[in-house]
Design a protein around this ligand. Structure first.
Ligand code: UD1
Ligand code: MG
Length: 450
């Protein structure tokens, strides 16, 4: 059976109180829409259509960054979820098979749930995904009659008795494409919100004598995000799951609840993550590494046996080879640190390569930016960069070279050379004593006058 995904993402999300379209608000630093797309991808859809409206340009951009084959359907006016699905009709021209409707604001769906929906579809014309809500709040309620789903009633339109129902609508459904569009053609907007409700297809299908059923999953999977409170809760759910997965995979999290993960964080077995570490998007940490407390990593790769932090910042393009050391208050950006190299204290290494077994002294800075352009620093193997060296890029330090502490390197240093660029020291005997006496006398005069 061919499958097409239709993901609804046009809503404004009024309750988010935001200028950003709701579906682009991030969960674990990936737009919630991208989470929905990844969930749906398990069905290997033949087509994926994203229905956008509010902020459609930004939504289209995020969509295509995730899947360049996705189709964008514009819903210029948000007249309701049924109207939204109707906008996908053109993109699905010539498609034969089932449409699975997902919501861009329901990001936690598990593959197994979608598979169960597809199984149920084999025996039913229309399948809705429901869940038992601990607090049904404003969700639509599923009105069941045995295994048959008779209709869905929106909270706004529900009677007190219907509001007592705890089996709620997730918004997800599976139905043959042609049938779905025919059902949608019959949906009206005579309801409390004056909207075309997608859930109304249930009652319409029943009135045509079709088989409709609901598949239930646990509430965490269908968590709909409508407000910032929901967003924070969704993020917390994601974090709890991702941490548990890492623990299962053999990663040590010393204080799991303090480690903040991104949707795509990859960490290898026997790696130790100390408390209060933040992972931005695009991080891979190989096995047997240690990320010490209060470090911040983003867009970087940490190899086996490396030790990072405490208080380290790895920015995009930081590439740490095996057994490297990046210590406290060190920032690395767009730089390769080769095997066994050390950058242990208070340094900035940006737009650079650092050769194997090289030692970068405390306070070293690659001066990579001239105010207009960025420049490259190339440091060879077995180099000893003295503390407080300023490397004014573009500049190259050859293998086995050394820079003296406090040197400002403005010219290339050849292999095995020592670069010294600092004022010569001049000791003036007895001057310190004289200076102290002079200043002490001055202070005494001032205190007396006051
Ligand atoms: C909807 C369901 C409700 C269900 C709940 C689950 C309807 C009428 N109600 O309510 O039964 O319990 O989801 O979270 O469907 N959207 C569009 N175009 C529109 C309107 C909405 O694309 O014209 C999109 C939104 O961007 C969102 C999704 O559809 O991704 C759901 O819309 P939302 O406004 O959140 O519906 P709810 O009131 O939550
Ligand atoms: Mg909603």
């Amino acid at each position: 059976m061919s499958i097409a995904l239709v993901i609804l993402a046009a809503g404004k999300g009024t309750r988010m109180n935001s200028d950003i379209p709701k579906v682009l608000h991030p969960i674990a630093q990936a737009p919630m829409l991208v989470h929905a797309m990844r969930a749906g991808a398990v069905l290997s859809p033949e087509r994926t259509v994203i229905v956008t409206g509010h902020g459609s340009e930004a939504v289209a951009k995020a969509t295509l960054a995730e899947d360049e084959t996705a189709q964008i359907a514009i819903q210029a006016e948000q007249l309701g979820t049924a109207h939204a699905v109707a906008q996908a009709r053109e993109a699905l021209q010539g498609f034969n098979g089932d449409v699975v409707v997902l919501y861009g604001d329901t990001p936690f769906l598990q593959p197994e749930t979608l598979e169960r929906m597809i199984e149920a579809r084999a025996k039913n014309d229309l399948v809705i995904l429901g869940f038992e809500a601990a607090d049904p709040a404003r969700y639509g309620r599923l009105v069941m009659n045995g295994q048959t789903l008779e209709r869905i009633v929106e909270y706004k339109d529900a009677s007190d008795k219907e509001r007592d129902i705890t089996l709620c609508n997730s918004g997800l459904l599976a139905c043959d494409a042609e049938l779905l569009f025919s059902l949608i053609d019959s949906v009206g907007n005579d309801n409390a919100a004056g909207e075309y409700y997608l859930p109304d297809v249930v009652a319409i299908a029943r009135s045509r004598g079709l088989n409709v059923t609901a598949v239930a999953c646990d509430e965490a999977q269908t968590l709909g995000v409508n407000s910032r409170v929901d967003l924070a809760a969704a993020d917390a759910v994601f974090q709890a799951r991702a941490r548990a997965d890492l623990l299962d995979l053999g990663v040590t999290l010393m204080a799991p609840e303090t480690v903040y993960l991104a949707a795509d964080t990859v960490i290898g077995r026997d790696t130790v993550i100390e408390p209060n570490v933040v992972f931005g998007p695009g991080v891979t940490v190989e096995s047997g590494a240690t990320i010490r407390a209060f470090s911040h990593l983003e867009g970087c790769h940490v190899s086996r046996g490396a030790i990072v932090g405490p208080y380290a910042r790895l920015r995009p393009g930081a590439e740490l080879a095996e057994n490297t050391r990046v210590g406290n208050f060190v920032e690395i950006k767009n730089a390769e640190i080769a095997e066994g190299a050390k950058v242990n204290h208070l340094s900035y290494i940006g737009d650079a390569t650092v050769g194997a077994a090289t030692n970068i002294g405390a306070g070293t800075i690659t001066c990579n930016y001239d105010g207009v352009m960025k420049h490259q620093t190339t440091i060879g193997q077995n180099v000893f960069v003295g503390s407080n060296t300023m490397l004014v890029a573009p500049v190259t330090i050859g293998d086995g070279a050394m820079t003296a502490t406090g040197t400002v390197v403005t010219r290339d240093v050849e292999a095995d050379a020592l670069a010294v660029a600092r004022a010569k020291q001049d000791n003036k005997p007895g001057y310190a004593r004289k200076l102290f006496d002079m200043l002490t006398a001055k202070k005494a005069r001032r205190d007396k006058g006051a």
